[in-house]
Structure formats: C-alpha cells, structure tokens
Design a protein around this ligand. Structure first.
Ligand code: APR
Length: 233
C-alpha cells in the first residue's frame, strides 16, 4: 500500500473474540452497570467499594483470557514494520502487550496498574485494591485507585498521540464504536492531515462515514488480512 507511518487505534472490539466483554452491549449496560456508576471520579467518591470491586473483578478476569488472532497480527506488524508505527489502545486489558506489541500506548490506562493519589506514583498491580493496600512508595493507606482514565478525566499521552496521528500516512481504527472523544476524533485529525483512513469493525460505527474505507467483519479475520496486505503487498 506504500505507507510508511501507521497509527492504529483499537477499542473493545479487538478483544471481544478473546472473551472480554465490550462496553456498549445491546442492553446499553457494561457488565450489568451503567457506565456512570462505575467509570467516573464521582462514582468512585460516592461508592469506592463498588468501583474497586468492579475493577478488581475485571483485573482478575484477565487471567482467563488470551490474545486472539487480531492481537497477534498487530504484534507481528509491530515487529516487522520498518517504518513508524504507533498502536493506541482504548482498552485497559493487557492483551496487546501479551501478544507482543511494543510500540503501544494505553490511552485509557491499564487494569494492571494502580495509582497512588497521595504521592502520584503508579505501580504494576496484579491483585485486588478493595482491601486498600498501602502504597508501595509512600505507605499511604486508602489512596490506591485503579489506573483507569474515567469519564471527565484526561486520557494519557495525548500530545504524543496527536503528533503521531497528524504525521501518519495510514490511520486504522479497529473495533471501536466511535462514541468516546478524543479517540473518536482521531480519524478527522488524520484525514485533515492527508492520511488514508480505514475502519475495521463488526458493525457500522458512529464514525463509519468519516473513513475513506470501512471493512465490516470480526477483527480476528480482518486484522490478519490487513497485516498480510501491509507486510506482503
Ligand atoms: N470484531 C470487530 N469489532 C467488534 C467485534 C469483533 N469481534 N465485536 C464487537 N465489535 C465492535 C462493536 O460493533 C462496537 O462498534 O466493537 C465496538 C465496541 O464498541 P464499545 O463497546 O463502545 O467500545 P469502545 O469503542 O472501545 O469504547 C470506548 O468507552 O467506556 C469507554 O473508556 C471506555 O475505552 C472505552 C471507550
């Protein structure tokens, strides 16, 4: 395809075939909860036990899932692509890194990280937070929260992401409904800067009409096909 700089944005759809539930199911609920009840700073202030339990369960559930062919193909692209490449994921699971992707940004945080709001340090985290473990750095108790970007909070590494999106030749969005900004706006930023824009999604998304091309189907099929096209044109 003659591209050299690639930015790829992934959403919950890339992990769906691994058995990680997407956010916006047919019932509009996220594992039985309204998003406002578990994914906002206000929810955490109001009911920290509910929010910690919710994320503790999701963190524990990562032990039962494996990367699928879409994650593996993206890791192969990362390893073999000679040009610039950045994988930006909205997902908080660890399936991209377990598949082997290295040029990766978790713009909405990671389940396997805990953030001490007393000393502002982040710690790799495997266990639970509901029992309010002390911060390994400063010892404060009751100040460790999930290192997840909630609604109303600023996603991570935005300056670096926007630079890459504006400089890329090919922007690919995979398995995201295009509901949540700023990620949903990256396609416009890339398009205005002259990149070709491509969407891979199971269903037409909110943003489909803003892409040069949309391919519909499961990520586990479409992503390996795309990676083969890019690496062996
Ligand atoms: N292959 C490809 N796409 C799929 C698959 C699949 N197997 N299964 C589902 N999809 C698509 C759905 O059609 C939907 O468009 O993935 C998309 C998932 O959308 P959401 O559940 O809204 O997830 P996402 O877009 O990642 O959410 C963005 O919202 O709740 C916040 O911060 C959270 O990062 C999250 C953000």
């Amino acid at each position: 395809m003659g591209h050299s700089r690639i930015v790829i944005l992934t959403g919950a759809g890339v992990s769906a075939e691994s058995g990680v539930p997407t956010f916006r199911g047919p019932d509009g609920l996220w594992e039985g909860h309204r998003v406002e009840d578990v994914a906002t700073p206000e929810a955490f202030a109001r009911d920290p036990r509910l929010v910690q339990t919710f994320y503790d369960l999701r963190r524990a559930a990562l032990a039962k899932v494996e990367p699928n062919p879409a994650h593996l193909a993206l890791a192969r692209l990362d390893a073999d692509w000679p040009g610039d490449l950045l994988l930006v994921t909205q997902n908080v699971d660890d399936l991209h890194e377990r598949a082997g992707s290295r040029r990766l940004i978790h713009m909405h945080g990671r389940l396997k990280s805990a953030w001490c709001t007393a000393c502002d340090t982040r710690h790799g985290w495997e266990g639970a937070l509901l029992d309010w473990p002390p911060c390994p750095a400063c010892g404060a108790v009751g100040r460790m929260r999930p290192d997840i970007v909630w609604f109303g909070e600023m996603p991570y590494d935005m300056a670096r992401i926007e630079r890459a999106v504006m400089a890329c030749d090919l922007f690919v969005s995979i398995g995201t409904s295009g509901n949540v900004y700023p990620a949903a706006g990256f396609v416009d930023l890339a398009g205005r800067a002259g990149a070709r824009t491509l969407e891979l999604n199971l269903d037409p998304s909110m943003a489909s009409h803003r892409f040069d091309e949309s391919r519909l189907g499961p990520a586990g099929v479409l992503v390996p096909e795309l990676v083969a096209q890019l690496l062996d044109p």
